[in-house]
Write a protein of this length. Structure first.
Length: 664
């Protein structure tokens, strides 16, 4: 297999991710001139909305060659509203570049992505960008990276100058990696000792050699660094100023030498995953596929394990922005756009699941909005457009209620809402308004108990079910099992019950999804003559709602973990405000004239908090937030949502409505 790398570029918004990608493509010879994010000419920001707003909203795959190594590079969005794109890219990467601004340092999205990279075990380079900006402080950046991310992060370069005097970086391993600039570096001695000590501590033999000689030989350092970096146990730090093209060659060398190649056997059975969907006006659905094993060719019949369907591959292409080339073949370890998979969805396993890594959930939409169309004639087109967009981003979790003629969707934040409105106008020619976002609450059981239903009238029907329902640990979701013997309730009927329990819990006593519970089917009965399989479609929600009504539910609200830094003089005012917002925080820490706070706060009280914090601190407050799960609401918070459809507690009305729906 030829030398190849699959690498994702990740960062907090405005750390210079797309600019770095442009310079990589330019310096590698892929493009003739580096595009500009501000001018809307970036190669990987090819959507209209990206060019107009100057931000990345979709993950973009591009490919280049560097010193005999082919690299598939995925440029991901940096804004938290598009975290779902980051999540999907993480699944198909063998290595990553995490960009940190030399001025702002480690920010909220940086930490979120870092934890995901570590959970997935993805080897990672850290690139400290914007070294030429006022306020750039490489020593502070390295200290913060090692404090907040990992003590195994090690500088392998030392910057020559900073801010306006930045002239590039000198390699601390000159025999293995070229220096872009040479000269006195005030951080050279510090960074050399960090590199030497950290690598020595990674191996007993190296530690002994370090104590014996006082330092490691360069060959020992390079060998240990390559092995540790490719295994994801050490994280090299590099420096640059991508807007001026400085530091990018060193980054390219490190990507080729310090990140691992893909594994996979082209002769093995096909094993791959769909990680991104797009649409071609003439060719239809485009599925971006990472192949872990096997080979796919044009006109192959390809089995989709997730959907249990077979689709015919019509074309395999490599797409770069608005350009594409026909490949005709996709082999293990590579990424390409596959046409013809008309029924594919994001996350689908193609062939067998052998070798395909699991998903890591990063994006949790905490807000819900209702879509409103301008004219009644637009209604069918709006529904179709949103269904297509929900295929491309399943986190939208579209709820179409035909009877009420309503469309509801889940979103991450206001920027995503603006982008959705823009896409509907530019791609579909539809003017759609999104209502004010409201927080997504959940419910959980107030205690343990049982739900029972004997659905035996009006004939013909017979379905008897008894559920044991118990609270589960916070964040555990739903656990379902059955202890009923097949002679009492046929396996096929039990499977129908298992399918319907999660649906029945979508709306609890207060109208929200019920979560963090264990449901056990402890009793079930069918009738040889009177039972129809659909009886359990009707009976399951009635049994579940009977249990919820008997036990009662408690309201849960989404919480954020926050880190806040403000000038000391604003500390008292900010802490008072946090208390009013139902925030809880640890004792404040004072550092260099600033007060730093960490704690948790409800999402519901923070919708306008960033703007208020800005005016309260004259723009000098720095806020980082991360989703911290759901927590029980105080008794005075009562948020109910109108129920959609007929309530299964009104059994006569529910049976009639459901029977009519099933027979129509």
């Amino acid at each position: 297999m030829r030398r190849m790398r699959n690498i994702g570029i990740f960062a907090h918004v405005d750390a210079g991710k797309t600019t770095t990608t442009e310079q990589i493509l330019y310096i590698s010879g892929k493009i003739r001139a580096a595009g500009s994010v501000d001018d809307g000419t970036a190669q990987t920001d090819y959507l209209d909305v990206e060019q107009e707003r100057g931000i990345s909203v979709r993950a973009a795959v591009t490919r280049f060659e560097w010193k005999g190594t082919a690299v598939n590079l995925v440029d991901t969005p940096g804004h938290v509203d598009f975290l779902s794109e980051v999540e999907r890219a993480l699944r198909v990467m063998d290595g990553a570049v995490l960009i940190v601004s030399a001025v702002e340092g480690v920010q909220a999205q940086t930490e979120v992505v870092w934890h995901a990279l570590r959970e997935q075990g993805i080897p990672t380079l850290i690139y400290v960008n914007k070294m030429d900006r006022i306020g750039a402080d490489p020593a502070a950046a390295v200290e913060q990276i090692r404090r907040l991310l990992s003590r195994s992060a090690v500088p392998i370069q030392t910057p020559v100058g900073a801010e306006a005097d930045y002239a590039g970086a000198e390699s601390l391993l000159p025999a293995a990696f070229e220096s872009e600039a040479e000269g006195p570096s005030e951080w050279g001695a510090l960074f050399r000792s960090v590199l030497q000590e950290t690598m020595a501590e990674s191996d007993e033999a190296l530690l002994a050699a370090y104590f014996e000689k006082g330092e490691l030989a360069e060959e020992e350092l390079v060998s240990a660094l390559k092995a540790s970096s490719r295994q994801g146990t050490a994280f090299p730090i590099l420096f640059g100023a991508s807007a001026r093209g400085l530091g990018v060659k060193g980054l390219l060398d490190a990507m080729a030498e310090l990140l691992p190649p893909p594994k996979g056997d082209p002769e093995a059975p096909v094993s791959g995953v769909v990680f991104k969907l797009d649409r071609d006006p003439s060719m239809g659905r485009i599925a971006y596929v990472r192949l872990y094993n096997g080979t796919i060719k044009n006109r192959d019949n390809l089995y989709n394990e997730s959907r249990d369907v077979v689709d015919k591959v019509t074309q395999i292409r490599r797409i770069d922005g608005r350009k594409s080339e026909d490949l005709g073949i996709l082999q293990a370890g590579d990424i390409a756009a596959v046409y013809g998979l008309s029924r594919a969805r994001i996350g689908d396993i193609l062939g067998t699941a052998e070798g395909v890594p699991g998903e890591r959930r990063l994006a949790v939409p905490l807000l819900t909005v209702q879509a409103k169309w301008r004219t009644e004639a637009d209604y069918p087109a709006v529904v179709a457009a949103f269904q297509e967009l929900a295929d491309e981003d399943p986190h939208l979790d579209l709820q179409w209620l035909p009877d009420e003629r309503e469309l509801h969707l889940k979103v991450m934040g206001p920027i995503q809402m603006e982008v959705l409105v823009h896409v509907l106008r530019s791609r579909y020619g539809l003017d759609v308004d999104l209502g004010a976002p409201s927080v997504i609450y959940k419910e959980t059981l107030a205690g343990a108990g049982e739900g029972f239903i004997a659905y035996t009238m009006p004939k013909p029907c017979w379905a008897i079910l008894r559920f044991r329902m118990e609270p589960g640990p916070r964040g555990s979701g739903l656990a379902y099992r059955s202890i009923v013997r097949p002679e009492h309730l046929l396996e096929s009927y039990q499977n129908e019950v298992a399918r319907r329990v999660p649906e029945a819990l979508q709306q609890g006593m207060k109208g929200w999804e019920v979560t963090d519970l264990t449901v056990t089917l402890v009793e079930g009965e069918h009738h040889v003559w009177h039972t129809h399989p659909l009886d359990f479609v009707v009976a399951t929600p009635m049994g579940i709602m009977d249990g919820l009504a008997r036990i009662g539910t408690k309201l849960l609200e989404p919480m954020l973990r926050f880190r806040l830094s403000v000038p000391e003089e604003f500390g008292g005012k900010v802490m008072n405000e946090l208390i009013l917002m139902r925030g809880a925080f640890d004792s404040p820490e004072l550092r260099n004239g600033r007060m730093e706070l960490e704690g948790t706060i409800p999402v519901a009280t923070t919708l306008d908090w960033p703007a208020r914090l800005g005016s309260m601190t004259k723009g000098r407050g720095i806020l980082s937030t991360f989703f911290a799960g759901y927590a029980e609401c105080p008794p005075d918070v009562r948020e109910e949502r109108p129920r959609r459809g007929v309530n299964p507690l009104d059994q006569a009305k529910y049976i009639l409505a459901t029977r009519n729906a099933l027979s129509s």
